[in-house]
Write a protein that binds this ligand. Structure first.
Ligand code: HAM
Length: 413
C-alpha cells in the first residue's frame, strides 16, 4: 500500500497514457481495416457473463476456470464472471440471437478488455486487451487458413518483427478422449518423473503435461504418444487441407504435436504465434477450431474457428515507431489577456477546418508560449496581438496575415 493516502491502480492493471493510447488506436484501426475487408463484422459482448458460460465453455479442468477468474455474486445472488476470454461469450451470443439463421459462416471480430487473475509479469496482466476474430457456421478448412493468414497479415502490418507459428490438430472430442486415456497410462508409468501439478491433474487433464516446463515432466513427455499421430481420416484430411492452403500462401509454420492450448473447447486445427522479441510470455496470439462449443452452450451444433491476440504484447513486440509522423499541429499564442477572445475564436475556426489546433491556456509569457509550441512540435504558430501574424515553424518565416486561417491552411497543404 502506498504511503500518504496515495491510491494506486490494482496489481496487474495499468493506465494507458496518451502516447500509448494513440498506438493502441492505430493498431485497432489496422485490425478494423484488415478484418473488415475480409468480411468480419465488429461485435461486442458484455464485459461480464454468467459464470457458467466459462465453466461450461472454457472447461472446468482449465487453469482459467480453476484459478484465474474474477467471479462475484451480484445483489440477486447470481454468479457472474469478468470475461477471461471472448470465444465462449460469442458462442453464447450466436445461440442467443439465433445467428444460425443468418447466411453462414458468420464472421465477427472484437477488441476489448479481458480479465485473468494471474501472477503479473512482463507481458502478463490481470486486465489485458485482446483483438479477436471468429467465424461460425462452417467447417471449411479454407476458413482456418484464412484466419491464420489474417493474423499473420496483422502482425506484418503493425511490424511485430519475426514470429514463429506453431500448428497442430487436436482431432475430435472422441479421439481426444481415447488419446487422453492412452497418454494418462503412459504418464502413470513415468509418474515419479512428473511435477506435482501435472500429477495432480493426471485424471482431469493429462494433455496439460505438454505445457509444463518442469524438467522431469518434459523428459517424460518427450517420448509420449502424440495426438497428431492418432487423427481419424476425416480430421487428418481436414488438417492436410489447412496445411496445403498455408503452404500455397507461402506462410511458414512448424508442425508441433505438443501444442495443446489452455482452453478445452478446441477441436481439429490449433495454432499459436510467438515472438522472439518477448520474454517468457512470448505468445502473441493463438486460436483454433471449436466445433462443439456453440452446442455446449445450448445452441445448435455449429462449427467455429477463430483466434485472439494480445494488444499489449503486440505493441511490446512492435516497439516504438521509427519516425513519428510529421506534426500538423497549429499553436495559437497571444500577447496579452485582451487578445484571448480573438485567439479563442481562431482556435475554433482552425478546428472547424479539421486542423489540430491548440492555444495558450496556462498563462505563459509570449516567450514561454513559443517554447511550448516547440515542445508540441507545432508546424505553425498564430500570434494574436493587435494584428495577427503566422509563423512557419519549418522556415522560421513570420508575416502578418489578413486571413490567418487561409494562411495556415496554405502552410499545411
Ligand atoms: P489465449 O491463448 O488464452 O486464447 O489468449 C490469446 C492471447 O491473449 C494470448 O496469446 C496473449 O497474447 C493474450 N493474453 C492472454 N492472457 C494474457 C494476460 N494475462 N496478459 C496479457 N495478454 C494475455 C484465447 O483467449 C482464445 N479465446 C482465442 C481463440 C479465439 N480461440 C478461438 N477463437
Amino acid at each position: 500500500v502506498a504511503g500518504a493516502g496515495k491510491v494506486q491502480a490494482p496489481k496487474g492493471t495499468f493506465d494507458v497514457l496518451p502516447p500509448d493510447a494513440e498506438r493502441r488506436r492505430a493498431l485497432a484501426d489496422s485490425a478494423a481495416g484488415l478484418l473488415g475487408r475480409a468480411g468480419y463484422g465488429e461485435f461486442e459482448t458484455p464485459v461480464f457473463e454468467h459464470t457458467e458460460v466459462f465453466s461450461r465453455g472454457v472447461g472446468a479442468a482449465t487453469d482459467i476456470v480453476q484459478k484465474e477468474m474474477f467471479t462475484f455474486e451480484d445483489q440477486g445472488g447470481r454468479s457472474l464472471t469478468l470475461r477471461p476470454e471472448g470465444t465462449a461469450p460469442i458462442c453464447r451470443a450466436y445461440a442467443e440471437h439465433g445467428m444460425h439463421k443468418l447466411p453462414q459462416p458468420v464472421r465477427l471480430w472484437y477488441l476489448g478488455p479481458f480479465f485473468r487473475h494471474e501472477a503479473p509479469q512482463a507481458g502478463r496482466f490481470r486486465q489485458f486487451t485482446q483483438i479477436g476474430a471468429e467465424a461460425l457456421g462452417s467447417e471449411d478448412p479454407s476458413i482456418d487458413a484464412e484466419l491464420i493468414l489474417l493474423l499473420a497479415d496483422l502482425f506484418e502490418a503493425v511490424g511485430v518483427g519475426p514470429v514463429r507459428l506453431r500448428l497442430s490438430s487436436l482431432a475430435n472430442a472422441d479421439t481426444r478422449r481415447a488419446y487422453a486415456e492412452e497418454l494418462r497410462e503412459y504418464l502413470r508409468q513415468h509418474e515419479d518423473q512428473l511435477s506435482e501439478e501435472v500429477r495432480a491433474r493426471l485424471d482431469l487433464n493429462p494433455l496439460r503435461a505438454f505445457d509444463s516446463d518442469h524438467p522431469g515432466t518434459r523428459e517424460a513427455v518427450a517420448g509420449a504418444p502424440r495426438l497428431i499421430d492418432r487423427l481419424e481420416p476425416d480430421d487428418a484430411e481436414h488438417f492436410q487441407r489447412v496445411r496445403e492452403l498455408l503452404d500455397e500462401a507461402g506462410l511458414e509454420y512448424e508442425l508441433d504435436g505438443t501444442l495443446v492450448r489452455g482452453l478445452d473447447y478446441y477441436t481439429r486445427t490449433v495454432f499459436e504465434f510467438e515472438s522472439e522479441r518477448l520474454g517468457a510470455q512470448n505468445a502473441l496470439g493463438g486460436g483454433g477450431r471449436y466445433d462443439g462449443l456453440v452446442e455446449q452452450l445450448g445452441g445448435p451444433p455449429t462449427p467455429g474457428v477463430g483466434w485472439a491476440a494480445g494488444v499489449e504484447r503486440i505493441l511490446m513486440a512492435a516497439g516504438e515507431p521509427e519516425r513519428p509522423a510529421e506534426s500538423r499541429t497549429v499553436f495559437i499564442s497571444y500577447a496579452s489577456p485582451a487578445h484571448q477572445r480573438r485567439a479563442f475564436a481562431l482556435l475554433r475556426a482552425l478546428r472547424a477546418e479539421g486542423l489540430a489546433a491548440e492555444m495558450e491556456q496556462a498563462g505563459r509569457s509570449l516567450k514561454g508560449q513559443f517554447k511550448h509550441a516547440d515542445r508540441l512540435g507545432a508546424r505553425a504558430v498564430v500570434i494574436v496581438g493587435d494584428d495577427v501574424e503566422v509563423k512557419d515553424m519549418k522556415t522560421g518565416e513570420q508575416a502578418p496575415a489578413a486571413d490567418p486561417v487561409a494562411r495556415v491552411m496554405e502552410l499545411l497543404r
